[in-house]
Design a protein around this ligand. Structure first.
Ligand code: SF4
Ligand code: SF4
Ligand code: SF4
Length: 266
């Protein structure tokens, strides 16, 4: 069984994978795998960009997303006449002939990676570039894999991929995705600590982030900055102390990362 492995820690957001996918499928009829993708409105692979944090503690995360080729695929269940099928290698494909008029296939995908082709009246999505895998082509891997020059996306036999510590998107939906992610961002709390009397940053202050989800620690660096990364989504108490001075406050990572305003240690 094949699988994709996407290491988001290496992704620089260049979009070459996304462009490669368009180049491979726009105006190209890869029947029986897929009809041509329209030039606008569809991204069978999309590099989603997330701005994280705030104030002077901002990061950007890039997460390439495509069809997850789910083992328990809602799109297959919604399709009539076997219009969506799984190959022996695990790829889930939409038959462009049988799927004509079946808009329900678009709505059935909880990951929103199926697009409606208004002109052809068919649902379309990532094919895993099955036409390249099966055919006698110079490239024998998916085009997005070939286009990524920093090896973020890997495709191959599941047994040959290092899937230890990887995650899938929304495992709670029970879809059993076959696209595995390494390094999906967790939440972070970051800030800069300063002494309002001395009017300088505080170096070496002990920062403790604690709550029901655990306790995490950091120390402010030469610029008074600290970052506590890899946090679950939870409510926290942040305590900062140095030389008998202490400050404490509540913050939540339930909704978002926290790039805090400058913190006075009085
Ligand atoms: S080509 Fe590679 S580095 Fe560039 S956006 Fe895609 S996955 Fe990220
Ligand atoms: S990600 Fe969506 S389109 Fe792809 S197999 Fe799963 S349910 Fe179907
Ligand atoms: S495998 Fe092919 S169709 Fe799927 S996202 Fe990559 S380039 Fe696009």
């Amino acid at each position: 069984m094949k699988a994709f492995l996407i290491d988001v820690t290496k992704c620089v957001g260049c979009h070459a994978c996304q462009i490669g996918c368009k180049d491979e499928h726009c105006d190209n009829d890869w029947a029986p795998y897929a009809a041509p993708q329209p030039e606008v409105g569809q991204f069978w692979l999309k590099v989603n960009q997330y701005e994280r944090g705030g104030n002077s503690h901002v990061r950007v995360a890039y997460i390439p997303t495509l069809c997850n080729h789910c083992e328990n695929a809602p799109c297959m269940k919604a399709a009539k006449n076997g219009a969506v099928y799984r190959r022996e290698d695990g790829l889930v494909l939409i038959d462009p002939v049988k799927a004509k008029g079946q808009k329900k296939i678009v709505e059935a995908c909880p990951y929103h990676v199926v697009y409606w082709n208004e002109e052809l009246q068919i649902p379309q999505k990532c094919t895993g570039c099955a036409h390249l895998l099966d055919g006698n082509h110079p490239i024998s891997v998916p085009r997005c894999v070939d286009n990524c020059h920093v090896d973020v996306i890997t495709f191959g036999e599941e047994a040959d991929l290092d899937l230890e510590g990887t995650e899938v998107l929304h495992p709670e939906w029970g879809t059993k995705p076959r696209v595995f992610y390494k390094g999906l961002p967790k939440k972070f709390i970051a800030g800069t600590v300063y002494d309002p009397v001395a009017e300088e940053v505080v170096i070496g202050a002990a920062v403790t982030v604690s709550g029901e989800a655990g306790t995490y620690a950091a120390v402010t660096n030469d610029w008074g900055d600290f970052t506590v990364d890899g946090l679950p989504e939870a409510d926290w108490t942040v305590t900062i102390e140095k030389d008998g001075k202490q400050t404490s406050f509540s913050v939540s990572t339930k909704e978002k990362d926290q790039g805090l305003p400058d913190i006075a240690l009085a």
